[in-house]
Write a protein that binds this ligand. Sequence first.
Ligand SMILES: [Fe+2]
Length: 190
Amino acid sequence: MFDVDSLVSDCQTALADPDPQRTVREILLRTLRKPGPVADALAGNEGGINVVFNSPALTVLNVIWAPKMKLLPHDHRMWAVIGIYGGAEDNTLYRRGAERIEPAGGRLLHDSDVLALGTDAIHSVANPERRFTGAIHVYGGDFVNQPRSQWDPDTLLEQPFDFEQIRKAFAAANEEWARQAGQDLDEATF
Ligand SMILES: [Fe+2]
């Protein structure tokens, strides 16, 4: 059984630990050992950032990536733990250079994988698959209201984070997938 309220409550309890990020990582590893029940509860077929819980000290998101979508580089300015319950999430990590950021490795996550990101982490995310990816993202702070940065994906120059632009990126990815799915259906039908 998976219960999202229990997950949130476990994460809240973890905040009292000396190393809450480490504890949250263990919680997500344990929760996602069997991703099926989590997917049953949280999976969706529309890309978006769904806020499960938000407080000044903790944010829990159910992030659904549209097929093939890419999200530009951004930071969080708080620790984060990402766990996958269905699909794949390709994380590219960056380090700050003199003027712009530079790619610095990455990690492709699949079902049950968990990635911990430090306070200074900068990453971009892509869904490499032709299906929706579902992920639980836990942040050690107020992810919704924290002022932070994003980087232009072409120039890799820093800009203020723009939630509206992110919302539009999800909407565009959903539209693109609906268009492609419609084409696939046409091809299959005719
Ligand atoms: Fe992120």
